[in-house]
Design a protein around this ligand. Structure first.
Ligand SMILES: [Fe+2]
Ligand SMILES: [Fe+2]
Length: 240
């Protein structure tokens, strides 16, 4: 039993936005994802950190979710900025059920307990936000405030005695940008490790990884990981 994370599969199996056109690492990316998931066993769990499908509606995303459902392991998904298919948790759950798509859970104002014996942790998180993407004042602040509320709801839902780890789509730190609002909530709940995606191609070099002010940051967008899910390791040297 193991825990993995990867973001930004950007699937487009039934719509016209294949990522292969970007060339480089994205060429043949669907096969690369399949190959990358060979390291995942059926009883493992994989967190998918947003930007899952280019479908504009949930029905347009059906082929993508069939593909995700067939990948090994239980999947816990969270929303990215390109997940236009996502409307509500209830609608997505019903859709997965009606279409017999197994093993997909949604991280949204909730948590999931992951227990591999030596490590029992609560998987928490939300999409997050980057202030400098749309500098349009109040609107932007509202989105940030909403994401902070969602993160708090997720962390609050977890048992107080469980170690908490966080998963986001947007990076809480990027280049010189520090998302103080999100980081403050992680600090408040004693979160010491987090994972995020969203950053692609040439921007990888600005990604913040490693420990900053007591929190460990891990970048897991698919092209950064060469489409191989990253193992989330728990050891005595790893902070929960
Ligand atoms: Fe992305
Ligand atoms: Fe994104």
């Amino acid at each position: 039993m193991a825990l993995f994370a990867i973001g930004d599969l950007h699937l487009s199996l039934a719509s016209e936005k294949p990522m292969d056109v970007f060339g480089g690492g994205w060429e043949g990316y669907v096969d690369k994802i399949k190959l990358g998931f060979e390291r995942v066993a059926p009883d493992d769990t994989v967190i998918l950190c947003g930007d899952l499908s280019w479908g504009m509606t949930i029905n347009e995303s059906l082929a993508d979710f069939r593909f995700i459902g067939e990948l090994p392991g239980k999947k816990i998904i969270l929303k990215g900025n390109h997940d236009y298919w996502f409307e509500t948790v209830a609608k997505a759950k019903k859709f997965f059920e009606q279409n017999d798509i197994p093993n997909i859970e949604i991280l949204n104002n909730n948590h999931f307990i992951y227990d591999e014996g030596a490590a029992r942790v609560a998987i928490c998180g939300t999409r997050g936000w980057l202030y400098d993407e749309n500098m349009d004042g109040t609107h932007n602040g509202k989105i940030m405030a909403r994401e902070v509320i969602r993160l708090e709801a997720s962390l609050k839902s977890a048992p107080p005695d469980a170690g908490k780890i966080c998963f986001f789509h947007y990076p809480p730190r990027f280049k010189n940008y520090v998302c103080a609002d999100i980081i403050a909530v992680m600090e408040q709940y004693g979160v010491k490790r987090c994972w995020y995606g969203h950053i692609h191609g040439a921007a990888h070099r600005f990604a913040v990884t490693g420990t900053a002010d007591g929190i460990e940051y891990n970048m897991v967008s698919a092209d950064y990981l060469k489409f191989i899910p990253q193992r989330v390791c728990f050891s005595q040297t790893h902070m929960l």
